[in-house]
Structures are given as C-alpha cells and as structure tokens.
Design a protein around this ligand. Structure first.
Ligand SMILES: O=C(O)CCC(=O)C(=O)O
Ligand SMILES: [Fe+2]
Length: 218
C-alpha cells in the first residue's frame, strides 16, 4: 500500500523577511534524490519586483487537460517560455515556448551557476489563491532526460511543497517562501512525486517558475 506507515520527516522553514539576498543553500539528501533549498535566494525587493512584473506582463492562460476522457481546466494559470524548439508535452498537450523575456533571462542567469546547468525553458505556474493547486506528479517526461536538474523559483505567497516516495513510504515537506529557490536533482524525479495542495490558509497569489532542460529539440 502506497501510503501505509510513511516515515515522516517534517521540516518547517522559519518565516523570514529577506531584506538582502542570501545565497546559502541547504542541502537535503533524500533516498534516491537530492534537494537544495535557498530560502532567500532573491532579496525581498527583487522578489517583489519580479512578482509584480510577471503578474502583469505574462499572458497567463488557463489550459485544459484530458482526465478520464473529459476535458478539465488546470486549477492554476500557466505559461511556457524558452529557446525556439524546446517543445514540451505533458498532460496530453504539447506546449510551444514563447521567446524569453528580459526578466526571465535575468532570473535564469542568476540561478544557473547554482544549478550547474544551462536551462533552455521555463514553465510558469500562477496560483491565484489557496484554491489553485498542482496534484501529485513527477517531472519525468522523456524530454527531460535521465536525472534532470530542475530549478524552482518561488514568488508571492508561501505554499507547502510535498514530496513522497511511494515505493519506500517516505515523505518530505517544506514551505516554499517568497524569493526562494529549490533545486531538485539526482534520481528524484524517477522515484519521488511532488504536489502543491489546495489550502484554506493562503489567500494570496503565488508564481512558481520551474527552469528545465528540454533535451530533444524538435
Ligand atoms: O509550484 C510548485 O512549486 C511546483 C511546480 C511543479 O511541480 C512543476 O511545475 O512541475
Ligand atoms: Fe513538478
């Protein structure tokens, strides 16, 4: 049984007011995967400015997916940016990237030295309030290749990020705060799933950016 007797490792990050950026990363070694969490990767001012600019300038769309033969709306807004050709297929759709904006390129260049890879695309998700969410999944599409490095930038309301390793019965959770960076790497996407559940505790907006390397450019 998947969720029987999970070994619960529970981490709650202290809420902090990041006036200055602090690039210190917390290395979290999990069975079959690795996380590096930088609670204050961007300063409060930078993070707030990116949140505002992205909220206003990105042509956010509510996409549809097929679920059990029915068309349903994703419970969040999305956008896909990247190098020409870095098409990405998931949940029954293929997304063609829009050309990089200045802000997205700036963020990409800031995080690449930490991630140690050059990203060619980014998926943007906008959670309008606590009712918006993302269900359990792994970022294990063939385009992402073996052991992908995925860098996740968080702006706006803190949301709980939950991970589970169904085979080993393990769980791990952390709150992703405004201005933070989470790097997922190693075999994580092949063994762990993650989600951002709905919550009644959050009413504010949140934008998450997951920078990725799409390997098979079509
Ligand atoms: O919003 C988040 O923190 C998670 C985003 C995510 O898992 C994804 O875009 O694949
Ligand atoms: Fe994901």
């Amino acid at each position: 049984m998947l969720d029987a007797q999970p070994l619960c490792i529970f981490v709650v990050m202290e809420p902090q007011i990041p006036l200055f950026n602090d690039p210190a990363g917390q290395h979290i070694t999990l069975k079959d995967g690795e996380l590096v969490y930088y609670p204050q990767f961007f300063s409060l001012q930078e993070a707030t400015s990116y949140l505002q600019v992205l909220t206003e300038r990105i042509p956010w769309q509510q996409e549809r997916m097929k679920m059990y033969g029915k068309e349903v709306l994703f419970p969040r807004l999305m956008a896909w940016y990247g190098d020409a050709g870095s098409n990405y297929a998931f949940s029954g759709n293929t997304y063609t990237p829009q050309a990089w904006t200045e802000e997205l390129l700036q963020i990409k260049e800031r995080i690449e030295p930490e991630a140690g890879v050059r990203f060619n695309s980014v998926l943007l998700n906008r959670y309008r309030n606590g009712k918006d969410s993302m269900g359990w999944h792994a970022d294990d599409e063939p385009e992402l290749g073996l052991n992908p490095v995925i860098a996740s930038v968080n702006l706006g309301a803190s949301r709980r990020f939950m991970l589970r390793h169904p085979q080993a019965g393990l769980k791990y959770e952390l709150d992703l705060q405004h201005g933070s960076l989470l790097i997922m790497k190693g075999a994580l996407q092949h063994h762990w799933q993650h989600q951002v559940p709905k919550t009644t505790k959050v009413s504010g907006e949140r934008i998450n950016l997951t920078f990725r390397v799409i390997q098979r450019v079509r």
